[in-house]
Design a protein around this ligand. Sequence first.
Ligand SMILES: [Mg+2]
Length: 201
Amino acid sequence: MKRFDCLKLIAAEAKDALVVSSAGAMTLEWNVLRPSDGNFRVRTLGLCSSIALGMALGLPQRKIIALDGDGSLLMNLCSLPTIARMQPGNLLHIVFDNEVYEASGSKKTATACGTDLVGVARAAGIKKAMWANTIDGFAQAVSSAMTADDLCFVGAKVTAERTDVPPYPIDEVENKYRFIRYVEKTEQIAIIKTNLPASYA
Ligand SMILES: [Mg+2]
């Protein structure tokens, strides 16, 4: 399967879901397919799943999609027992497993040598964890996860192939503030609270 084709299917289902994506070319591809201030790009390899968990717990009424990679998840496997323990029913965790650290020279990851990330997720306690082996199977898994109220983990083996898309147009700081303002507006909550200067107190 090609990651870009899978991302297209997610974009068709995502609606107003907040989407956290891992570092790498996937984020660029995703933002071309669904440009939105509701996309949050994680630049630190590994933290996608943990940040998505925090969002899912903080906004239980909102669907949160984590777009993770094999290299990223392998770097933060300890997020899986925590996600399983907290059971956020609004979290869909998708892992694109291309068996390489694509962003840093395409060295093999442990999944190229047999590590089964869906098996790890199940063993961590995530009951609804499945491999999607075909594009139709992937579409079905995403579609049912988007309408379900269960924590769901979907693994997809994809080719190590990038789609040529433009670079991400904003830096981390702007992405952070745009994302927060988007959540504030769409959830009608205040997240950033600015302290008044002492002279106004
Ligand atoms: Mg990878």
